[in-house]
Design a protein around this ligand. Structure first.
Ligand code: ZN
Length: 130
């Protein structure tokens, strides 16, 4: 398993990790297989979505904020329940096919680490199998 370290700089942001993953695939030498990506955190998620227009990321963050607002009747004493809820909505893992040494993503797709309780130093665990 490979581990990527990603430093986030805001409370909430989506960071495109596609090129970091592509670099790991190149390093692995695996041409055809599958790339498993896992986020080992409870207030940080993972999603695949549009990387061309940054407004898409902003819209997703905004809508998640409506679904889990900062103030609410939360029981979790740490005070970051909205971040936990958003991380559950986005999920913590994904798998992408690798063909000819390249991630098989749609033209407009990127793979994003979703920070909901930053800034923090996050890990991304990656396993590339052929
Ligand atoms: Zn918490």
């Amino acid at each position: 398993m490979e581990k990527l370290t990603v430093k986030t700089s805001k409370k909430e942001e989506f960071i495109d990790i596609t090129s970091l993953l592509q670099t790991l695939i190149k390093k692995s030498g695996i041409k055809n297989g599958i790339c498993h990506v896992y986020i080992p955190h409870t207030t940080c998620g993972l999603t695949i979505n549009e990387h061309a227009d940054p407004s898409v990321k902003a819209d997703i963050i905004s809508k998640l904020g409506e679904m889990a607002p900062e103030s609410g009747n939360y029981r979790h004493m740490e005070g970051n329940s909205p971040a936990h809820i958003k991380a559950s909505i986005t999920g913590s893992n994904t798998s992408i096919f690798v063909e000819n040494g390249v991630l098989c993503l749609g033209t407009w797709q990127g793979i994003f680490l979703c920070e909901f309780d930053g800034p923090r130093t996050r890990e991304v665990w990656v396993k590339i199998l052929c």
